[in-house]
Design a protein around this ligand. Structure first.
Ligand SMILES: C[S@@+](CC[C@H](N)C(=O)[O-])C[C@H]1O[C@@H](n2cnc3c(N)ncnc32)[C@H](O)[C@@H]1O
Length: 306
């Protein structure tokens, strides 16, 4: 997938003010920050710009893929810990139903950047979005849905935030890095929401105990020249690993199974690792003789319901 043209050209225009050498240096510092578990820093300009050029595309791809699992229209969206508004860009791309977006973020620099980008959006709703500068947890405005994209891992204790969000919205979408740690956060969030009476929307085909200790998925984003310059390497794409959970106050149709690893496509058979409706993981081999299932399995990808 690619970023929407408007977002890509906004990023290019903002980032080109800084030399690619300076950006590459900041990118190394940012990577080091992530390794050391430091929280996002939008107060240093070069790091902000690296986030735009190198992290925002990957985060956008992950959020976009997650939001494709939302079965309900959204009119009012809360983007919490919004950073430069990445999740809202993905939501605008997928939900023509949107009438209002409220973004809450503690960093004034991230908000300024987000507003600058949103001016390029084709969506008037996004251009007129409400940006609120404050720290979470705290009072959460009432809305149809809230999204916490790569935020929970920056909060020491996220239980209170999840509880407040759940009281305020009909649907909660939580996305974390697809590391064992990020997946662990999602497991906790999932159990907390189920205990609060939430219906599971995705990715799980059940609301029983989670059978996986590292449930994660992958989204592919094309790399631009600028992206390659900053990140190094020659690959034309990048795979962003993520974990997620979507919960709602009303029931959504659940699929029988979810593919939780790369399908192994061999000649004559496909091997799938599935999370199943019975709450268990299952390895399944589908052979060519089972025509209809084989056709579906050949077309299926990691993360798809089946
Ligand atoms: C990794 S960035 C993710 C930004 C954006 N959601 C995205 O997906 O690109 C984490 C964001 O959460 C914000 N954040 C972290 N803790 C916060 C808190 N307690 N209250 C409000 N924002 C917070 C940070 O300032 C940063 O913008």
């Amino acid at each position: 997938m690619r970023l929407p043209d408007e977002l890509q050209s906004a990023i290019d225009q903002i980032v080109k003010k800084t030399s690619s050498k300076a950006l590459a240096k900041s990118r190394e510092e940012l990577t080091q920050d992530y390794r050391e578990g430091k929280v996002s820093s939008f107060d240093v300009e070069a790091k902000r710009l690296v986030y735009l050029a190198a992290r925002m595309p990957a985060t956008f791809a992950a959020v976009h893929k997650v939001l494709q699992n939302v079965p309900f229209p959204i009119e009012h969206l809360l983007d919490l810990g919004a950073g430069p508004g990445t999740a809202s860009w993905a939501a605008v791309d997928l939900f023509p139903s949107l009438k209002k977006i409220t973004l809450i973020e503690r960093s004034s620099e991230a908000i300024a950047l987000g507003k600058e980008l949103a001016r390029f959006s084709p969506s008037e709703v996004f251009q007129n979005a409400e940006w609120i500068q404050r720290s979470l947890p705290g009072l959460i405005p009432r809305a149809d849905a809230a999204i916490l994209s790569y935020v929970v891992n920056e909060m020491g204790n996220f239980e209170m935030l999840i509880k407040q969000c759940w009281e305020a919205v009909d649907m909660l979408i939580v996305i974390e890095p697809g590391t064992p740690k990020g997946a662990g956060h999602i497991r906790k969030v999932r159990q907390q929401l189920i205990d609060l009476g939430a219906y599971v929307v995705a990715p799980c085909p059940h609301s029983l105990a989670c059978p996986s200790d590292w449930c994660h998925f992958s989204a592919r984003i094309e790399r631009t020249r600028l992206h390659r310059q900053i990140k190094g390497g020659s690959l034309g794409h990048e795979d962003e690993k993520f974990s997620y959970f979507i919960a709602a106050k009303k029931e959504a149709p659940l699929y029988s199974n979810r593919i939780i690893r790369h399908p192994m496509k061999n000649s004559g058979h496909v091997r799938l690792t599935l999370c199943t409706q019975s709450g268990k993981l299952e390895e399944k081999t589908i052979t060519r003789s089972d025509k209809e299932s084989y056709r579906k399995a050949r077309d299926a990808e990691w993360g798809d319901p089946i």
